[in-house]
Design a binder for this molecule. Structure first.
Ligand code: ATP
Ligand code: MG
Length: 572
């Protein structure tokens, strides 16, 4: 049986990258004595493979530099956050093999501290209450080519600002009627420095603070200060936050508190899928997928349910590395990582997806033999198992052709093939129903080929088929997947075109009545297998039952990545 207990991500020899170079420099020049990172998801959706990249980067740095990594829920947006997401995030990070120990933090726990710090900035004269509406604020801000116009409230006195800000918190003003803004520079070429918002009035119930607050901090005001409170040294985020860095630094400098270094890296984009929580949520809510953990989803829970291992995700993150330029990584690379790990670690089994009956006319009716089958040729320690064989068997429907082309070496009338581990069989006759469909094959077996060995006369066959003994077979549902979208970059659609238009209508195929070898009847949910010649499969963690197994195909055995690499080389 495969070992399914989550293992810590392997401490693979870390490849160096620009983030590590920065960290090395900080440790050398004494800016920081140790490394302390954080992974800061907003609990407004399930984690996806892009988050896995960030998790591996942040927790990986802490592991390799013997530092710490916190888990922080970046929960400053009351409308969209939920405890279900918090729980799923924790489960997924753990499943990936990482441990935040007791450092589970919430930005919402810092609301009071942030409020007091805002008061401090008002006292310093660098923050003010503004009575412009959010739309007006946008108008006054100007454009990249036109300087902003100062708010008429910019020069309010400290006492009036303190009074108004306290009353904002106390709930005296309607939603959206006032904001607290940092007083920086309305002419700055960086639009984010044109008196950015720090607080908005929003009467929204927050999943943790309830109705305790009616003002909520903006991301820019909350994030850096949360990092500082936790003593973070390196605050790693995606590239689009590069323009926010001067603001990140400005707040911390004004407060004169512990000052982490923000470092930006390119976010992961994966082909044939979308990695925006907003879009993933839309797929879930419009029931275009069965849920966040639908095996077609690019979420961590989706890949898990599909059968991808945490080790494969670690290898994928290590392979793609960390850089500064945005690009799309091809899904087949991730599949290759999955296949590579599964090949080494999971047992083989025989399963027939689309069964065609074979009757061995010269095999005794009541005889049952057991043949020894290798569990994993890549792992001698995995041992062998015994597979029953009898007169009636199932083979794969497309392993037979009545009128085969010349290159078809599998079964056809008069032709001989090997049944893996069992015997050579020769097809004598194809039985048809009234409509002319082949419903059964009459074959003979050669007793001289017992165990699937070549016979003494040196006869050879060109094909080896998998099979399942009909009377021992277990019926199963098997789900086959294709990419969720038909195009490489579904996120880039022209204005006015629905981004969901390129969803793949054939992304899921449910096969009922597949036939499995008997050992799979009790397959544990989440156990992973290679079905010979068909790919890697995982017993569904929600729907599979003892005696009624349900399997998801993780990947086929075809290495699409090798093909892409070869095609790339030929094009170059
Ligand atoms: P979205 O905009 O889709 O809601 P997000 O970036 O806001 O995603 P968060 O929950 O805030 O999602 O992300 C938590 C962390 O994961 C952040 O540090 C973010 O930079 C990182 N992250 C999110 N998406 C990716 C990605 N595609 N590749 C790498 N890192 C990512
Ligand atoms: Mg975010």
């Amino acid at each position: 049986m495969p070992d399914e207990t989550p293992k810590p991500a392997p401490a693979a020899k870390p490849r160096t990258n620009f983030v590590r170079d920065i960290v090395d420099e900080h440790l050398r020049n004494g800016r920081f004595a140790a490394v302390h990172t954080r992974f800061p998801p907003e609990p407004n959706g399930y984690l996806h493979i892009g988050h896995a990249k960030s998790i591996h980067l942040n927790f990986g740095l802490a592991r390799d530099y013997k530092g710490l990594c916190n888990l922080r829920m970046d929960d400053t947006n009351p409308e969209t956050e939920d405890m279900e997401y918090v729980e799923s995030i924790k489960e997924d990070v753990r499943w990936l093999g990482f441990d935040w120990q007791d450092r589970e933090y919430y930005a919402s726990d810092y609301y009071e501290r942030l409020y007091q710090w805002a008061v401090e900035l008002i006292r310093k004269g660098v923050a003010y209450v503004c009575d412009l509406t959010v739309d007006q604020v946008r108008e006054y801000r100007g454009t990249v080519t036109r300087a902003g116009v100062p708010s008429p409230y910019r020069d309010r006195g400290v006492a009036e600002n303190l009074d108004l800000f306290a009353r904002m918190r106390a709930g005296e003003f309607p939603d959206g009627s006032r904001t607290l803004r940092a007083k920086i520079d309305m002419a700055s070429p960086n639009m984010l420095l044109r008196d950015p918002l720090m607080y908005r009035i929003r009467r929204e119930h927050h999943y943790r603070t309830g109705d305790g607050w009616c003002i909520y901090p903006t991301y820019d005001w909350a994030h850096g200060q949360s990092d500082s409170i936790e003593g973070i040294t390196h605050s790693i985020c995606t590239l689009e936050f590069e323009v926010h860095r001067p603001l990140y630094d400005w707040f911390l400098d004004q407060l004169g508190v512990h000052h982490p270094q923000q470092i930006e890296f390119a976010r992961l984009n994966l082909s044939h899928t979308v990695l925006s929580k907003r879009r993933l949520l839309e797929l879930v809510e419009s029931r275009l997928v069965s849920g966040w953990d639908d095996p077609r989803m690019p979420t961590i829970s989706g890949f898990r349910r599909r059968g991808v291992t945490p080790e494969a995700i670690a290898a994928f993150c290590e392979t793609i590395g960390v850089a500064k330029d945005n690009s799309i990584v091809d899904l087949p690379l991730l599949e290759m990582c999955a296949r590579e790990h599964l090949n080494r670690t999971v047992p083989r089994a025989m399963a027939v997806l689309r069964p065609l009956k074979v009757v061995l006319t010269n095999y005794p009716e009541d005889r049952v033999e057991e043949f020894e089958a290798v569990n994993n040729p890549e792992d001698p320690a995995a041992g062998t198992r015994r597979v029953p064989f009898s007169r009636e068997l199932w083979i794969e429907r497309d392993d037979f052709m009545e009128n085969p082309p010349s290159k078809f070496f599998r079964l056809s009338p008069g032709k001989e093939v090997r049944l893996r581990y069992a015997y050579f069989i020769r097809c004598q006759e194809a039985i048809k129903d009234a409509a002319g469909n082949v419903v059964e094959l009459r074959c003979t077996y050669d007793p001289a080929t017992r165990g699937g060995d070549n016979p003494p006369d040196g006869r050879k066959v060109k094909a080896t088929l998998h099979w399942v003994s009909a009377r021992h077979a277990v019926d199963a549902e098997v789900r086959l997947y294709d990419t969720l979208f038909t195009v490489r970059d579904p996120a880039s659609v022209p204005e006015g075109v629905d981004w969901k238009a390129t969803l793949n209508p054939k992304s899921l195929e449910v096969v009922r009545g597949a036939k499995l070898e008997p050992g799979l009847a009790e397959a544990r949910p989440e156990s992973r297998w290679q079905f010979e010649r068909l790919g890697y499969f995982c017993a569904d963690r929600r729907d599979s039952r003892p005696g009624a197994p349900v399997f998801n195909r993780t990947v086929t055995l075809r290495d699409e990545w090798a093909r892409l690499v070869k095609a790339g080389r030929e094009a170059a």
